[in-house]
Write a protein that binds this ligand. Structure first.
Ligand SMILES: [Ca+2]
Ligand SMILES: [Ca+2]
Length: 227
């Protein structure tokens, strides 16, 4: 076989193998609760699938507890079934549950969450600094396997909570009010890419697929030699 043909086969193998090994870059996507995502949830309580802008195969389901999602000109939160609450904040007894699922081999890394109206001065009843809780549950889990409490003092600039957490298909994130007079949710920033995909059971098929390609190329070389 001429050297150029061998080189072409090796280059073709490397190109195909690199795509199979998930070298493709990830994409940052935002769910904006003071924008499109909040408008879609406005007035709803039970689970609704939010398409993630830029990736229609990724579904982000949202559910409100003890009220309905409410978007106003000043923010996004939950309007309690009972009267007397801050209607566009998560306050007493309120929580929001978000679950992610995919229809293709893409995964999600949750980069950060941004809140607003998280104040350090004591408010609410009993008066206390605002405090919230973010918990993660795997499919079927009753007790959270990971949780992050936050206050004005622990959040970064822009009331940002940095998580850098890879979420598995079926995994849920719950945001709850703990103390103070409540807070709003501004956005969720996601990094979406094949490198974060982790199917149930933990199978990792990519190296096996690359090995099959390698065996195929070796076989092709053999056939050409025998001619
Ligand atoms: Ca509320
Ligand atoms: Ca507040």
């Amino acid at each position: 076989m001429p050297a150029t043909r061998t080189n072409l086969l090796i280059i073709a193998f490397l190109v195909i193998a690199s795509t199979q090994l998930g070298v493709a870059s990830a994409t940052l996507l935002d769910l904006e609760f003071e924008g499109a995502a909040g408008a879609q949830l406005d007035g709803l309580t039970s689970a609704v699938d939010l398409p993630v802008p830029g990736d229609p195969t990724l579904l982000w389901s949202a559910e409100a507890f003890t009220g309905t999602f409410n978007q106003t000109s000043s923010g996004f939160g939950i309007n309690a079934f009972a009267s007397g609450d801050d209607t566009d904040a998560l306050d007493v007894l309120e929580s929001a549950l978000f679950s992610m699922s995919t229809t293709t081999a893409v995964g999600v890394k949750l980069i950060n969450l941004e809140f607003d109206r998280v104040t350090s001065s004591p408010t609410g009843s009993p008066p206390a600094p605002d405090e919230g809780l973010v918990e993660f549950f795997k499919a079927g889990e009753v007790t959270a396997h990971e949780s992050h409490s936050f206050t004005n003092a622990t959040l970064g600039s822009f009331n940002r909570l940095t998580l850098d957490k890879v979420m598995l298909p079926g995994e849920s994130m719950k945001i709850s009010h703990v103390a103070g007079n409540g807070f709003g949710l501004e956005f969720v920033r996601l990094d979406v890419g094949a490198e974060y995909y982790n199917p149930p059971g933990g199978a990792v098929p990519e190296p096996a697929a690359a090995m099959l390609l390698l065996l195929g190329c070796v076989g092709l070389l053999g056939i050409r030699r025998r001619r």
